[in-house]
Design a protein around this ligand. Sequence first.
Ligand code: PGA
Length: 248
Amino acid sequence: MSTKTGTIVANWKMNMNLQHMHDFFHQLKMPSQNKHRVLIAPQAPLLVPLKEQSTKHHIGLASQNCSSETKGAYTGEISADVLSSIGVEFVILGHSERRQYFGEKEDILSKKIHQALLSNLKVIYCIGESLEQREKNALSETLTLQLSALKSITEKSWWEKVVIAYEPVWAIGTGKVATTEQVKEVHDFLQKTIMTMFNLKSCPPIIYGGSVNAENAQSLFTLDSVSGFLVGGASLKAHDFARICSVQ
Ligand code: PGA
């Protein structure tokens, strides 16, 4: 049996209300000897009620976003500081839906990463290419540009608080999971690039996201360079999510 441990994150996106959350935990049967770091990222108003439930299951809290500003007159924004103060552990930044629908680019993401780390949050930084970028042979160029947002990690010790999520845009919510060969190729590339770009001796963990489900998670997890998953659709069903958390 493999002793590898990973980080498995449920990204609930703009799904699940308070009642759905209660139903989810009512049905959730986590693997009895769960060895992975498991996190749930609900919509922000559910972070506090979720905490009560998730602690019992040893599940940590993640936010789906945070502001690039510290505090002040920014109506509607959520600061990294307030998230940290209520016990949120991680923040997801750079998700392709934030990039696509809210125009977030490297400059703003770089500031968000800095704010999060300053407030003692850990960061799951998402990157990934569109189908068009892949077909145009712009894969490495796209990923390298996205990685440049990590330049705001100005303290060496902060690297221990970073997880990279490789999520090819064409695999998100489409049912088209990347093959193990594709994932291996990109994760290997990312490991080398990150270490060179930022002069690191080891690379932060890289998790995979994009149509991960209870059927395909195990074979992806056997790859050395896959340190866990960011799961959207399949994380909304307690049974499927628990099965993903049982990968070895
Ligand atoms: P999916 O979403 O699992 O539904 O493809 C993953 C994500 O967007 O993080």
